[in-house]
Design a protein around this ligand. Structure first.
Ligand SMILES: *Cc1c(COP(=O)(O)O)cnc(C)c1O
Length: 360
């Protein structure tokens, strides 16, 4: 079986975890602080606030930026559910934009229509889907024009770039996930990055029961703290991140060369983007996706449909009054198929997957 994901945990991660275990300081402490600083430095942001997941990082980023009940946040209709759920947790309302057919990221014209129609919108939450950055020149220009905050959901884009600048270094805040299938992992975990000291302070309060002084609770906060155990894994993974991403990009290049089938569209990469291939997502045309899935199952090839539905048509949002039709999203969701691209693959496995695709 060639699996769709395979976390790369080496002896270094195991040793680092054992060191933390031996230290007795296993919850949130100095190892978390070191990971926050090193990860923020890597992306080129001032402050890092580690959390329990990418989802809690998103919620904290939104709240720390002042988003709350009654506010509106423009976001993409096509992503993992958490990018929208986090908006809903704060009491704000998501306004959905369609996606770009080439990159699957938020469509700038559609986002602008949403901002125009909702002049009271407070923020624009963009997702660098599958590891390819949005057009951040256009996103930041929109944010300036309509005076909204920008949150970058970088859960799939650790180390991705736009014009040589890191994903997560453009917005008012950015968030990352360290779930095991992502480009790097801490088991479960997340991070908020920002250059704004006030936002960082608020995020720190939010993740730790609103507590700066011991047992004085300034706001109603949460326990969203990362553990030293998770951070120890993260520090080792961060050292390997560029190598992991290089391997993903090599695998993607090999697929682009090897896949030759009129029913298949390989990922479009913008000239200005450094794609880090959290997923290698092909489009299967002419209604042949089920046929290819059958071939994958017969040949032991793992795959994923990210995602089969737009967010507003998910059962939890359907019927709540959100627009449910999106021209590009509704086409793409029926065509996408993600194939194994993780760093643990061999070139032989890549060739096997490509050969199965070419059989279609
Ligand atoms: C994985 C992911 C999240 C959530 O991260 P968790 O760590 O699983 O909570 C949010 N947004 C996107 C786009 C993701 O892929």
């Amino acid at each position: 079986m060639i699996t769709i994901a395979k976390p790369q945990i080496g002896q270094e991660e195991k040793n680092a975890v054992m060191d933390v275990m031996g230290s007795g300081m296993i919850a949130c402490g100095s190892v978390v602080a070191e990971f926050e600083q090193k990860f923020a430095d890597y992306v080129g942001m001032k402050y890092g606030i580690a959390t329990t997941s990418g989802t809690t990082a998103l919620e904290v980023a939104l709240r720390a930026l002042g988003i709350g009940a009654g506010d509106k946040v423009v976001t993409t209709a096509y992503s993992f559910i958490a990018s929208t759920n986090s908006i809903v947790y704060t009491g704000a309302t998501p306004i959905f934009a369609d996606i770009d057919e080439g990159t699957f990221d938020i469509d700038i014209d559609s986002a602008e229509k949403c901002l125009k129609a909702n002049p009271d919108a407070k923020a624009l939450l963009v997702v660098h889907l599958f590891g390819q950055t949005c057009n951040m020149d256009a996103v930041m220009a929109l944010a300036k024009k309509y005076d909204v905050k920008v949150i970058e959901d970088c859960a799939q884009a650790h180390g991705a770039m736009w014009k040589g600048r890191m994903a997560g270094s453009f917005g008012d805040a950015s968030t990352f996930s360290f779930y095991p299938t992502k480009n790097m992992t801490t088991g479960e975990g997340g991070m908020v990055l920002t250059n704004d000291e006030k936002v960082a302070d608020q995020a720190k309060l939010l993740i730790n029961h609103g507590m700066k002084i011991r047992y004085t609770h300034d706001i109603v906060g949460y326990n969203y703290r990362m553990t030293n155990i998770a951070a120890a894994i993260g520090l080792e993974q961060l050292k390997k991140l560029d190598r992991f991403n290089d391997a993903r990009r090599e695998h993607a290049a090999a697929y682009a060369k090897a896949i030759s089938n009129p029913n298949i569209v390989v990922p479009h990469v913008d000239d200005n983007a450094k794609h880090v291939y959290h997923q290698y997502t092909i489009r299967v045309l002419n209604g042949k996706r089920d046929e290819l899935i059958k071939l994958f199952e017969e040949n032991g090839v793992g795959y994923g449909i990210f995602y089969p539905f737009s967010i507003p048509e998910q059962p939890c949002y359907k019927g709540l009054g959100f627009k449910t039709e999106y021209e590009i999203t509704d086409k793409i969701k029926k065509e996408v198929l993600s194939i194994p691209v993780h760093p643990g693959l061999s070139m032989e496995e890549i060739a096997i997957v490509a050969a199965v695709i070419n059989q279609l």
